[in-house]
Write a protein of this length. Sequence first.
Lengths: 510, 108
Amino acid sequence: MLKVSKPKKTKFSFPRSITGISGLDEITNGGLPKNRPTLVMGNTGCGKTIMAMEFLVNGIVMFNEPGVFMSFEENISELETNVKSLGYDLNKHIVANKLYLEHVHVDFYEGLETGQYDLEGLFVRLTQAITKVKAKRVVLDSLDTLFYSLEHDVLRSEFKRLLTWLKEKKVTAIITAEVGENLLTRQGLEEYVADCVIVLDNRVTNQIAVRRIRIVKYRGSHHGTNEYPFIIDSRGMVVFPVASEAFDLKSSTERISSGIMSLDKMLGEKGFYAGSSILVSGTAGTGKTSLAAVFAKSVCLAKKHCLLCAFEEAPNQIIRNMRSISVVLDPFIKSNLLHFYYARPTLQNLELHFIAIKKIINEVTPSVVILDPITNLMTEGPNSDIRSMLTRFVDYLKLEHITVMFTAAITVGSIERNPSDEGISSMVDTWLMVQDIEVDYTRTRSLCIMKSRGMAHSNEVRSFSITNKGVGLADITDARNNGSSKRGYMERENLSTSKEKNEYKESARK
Amino acid sequence: MLSKTPKRTNGKKVDDQAEVYVLQLFVTGILPNSLRAIENINVICEKYLEGRYELEIIDIYQQPGLALTKGIIAIPLLIKKFPLPEEKLIGDLSNTDKVLQLLHLSNN
């Protein structure tokens, strides 16, 4: 029962049972209601059993809370085989008496009723199972089977009794149910599960199947009400939530250099804000990847980790190409500061990419993540989905205090009209635009800052040069009128790079 | 099933042959349904199977392991072990006609 909390003052938080399923604990604000039953509903094949099993196994592994799994559908060996693909060795836990699996075979009783009956037999079995392993977590998967063979009136009252009983037993329970006619949900039974109702869904849009999860009800607590995509991969279930806390974050005033001194100057003398998001957009061949590489290099020089997610070029190709403009990246790979994530966008859907990236982020804890180019991902899936995925991803990175740089390729002449570009530009803090402009019959690369939140930034369009000595900025007029002054600028730039090089050599020697 | 049918339709002859019914009734302590079932089965057995039945009443509260091994969910549960085939009935056995029908006993 909910304690009566003093108004305003107390910060009562409902006791939770952490599921250990990444993302799910976020959207439920810390897990399922402790010692109460949760109903997980969904169609066939949407991941109910896996979610339930993961909840149990995580309970055992992470919190030493033994679990009971009552399977009404699959028998024990089927169940064991099915979850083995997720890397769960159930047998180990069973031997250690931490996990108990029981297959409840439901006989076909229709027409065999001779009077009143109840499901006390099931309760007896549950009691035994719970006592056997001293279970804290219980899964019943799925009760629908009962509805094929027993009278609904009896089931309804027995279901209600079961829920009360489970509460009395002080176990956190997951009861799964299918969505459909003649099934549990049809009976309006979910209303009895007063505490928590979760709906899973598997939908196919544009030939890409997306699993989604939604918390329909969570009594005594606020919760995320949106549908969140989730995946089931070789490591289990991962929910991708919008990190709603992102907005409560205290924003950092710390700055991070872009790797180009003159660009830093344009950005209020100091460079980007650490933990902000940066968009570099431009037409093909304007030097987006080069800007990104220079940034990556400067991050690594500061002895921080950088994750470069390449969706266009293979890592080796990037390294080779960047070497040609004196941005040497190989040492940082050797020193394990620079990490690559390389995948073809079409290889898997967007969520899988983000989740894979998220996993790497958890492993290497980079301070900068670069996505090059984000537009390649845009070809996958409907646009609105991508935008929401990106927003979530950016929010997640902000929460982790990671600076993120996207590059985006845009088509010539469509800068204002490109919808995907607009979509991203509103969510980023700093937007750099690189363009080819014509100056005196010569195509010149130019760079300007379209926006940069929270800092005085230059409005100039600067000439942006990429030579075999590096990347630099100069005034447009310089570039046009006076080659020597441009070179002067370049030299200053290179001075900094050579200085950096020396520093690096020194550190390498150490 | 079919081979049994003639015997059954012979009605009284079966009685004469004194085919022994082996019944097991699974109950849960003294819950109302269970008490009614025990009462009803005793009445039925005395009336229709006098002298030719073996009735075992099993309380799965006392032997909880049986709930698992017998695959019991619904209670009370009556299992007719013999004559074959084995058959299961659920409920408190208050619908006498249905019990007799399911046990293949005539009501006369």
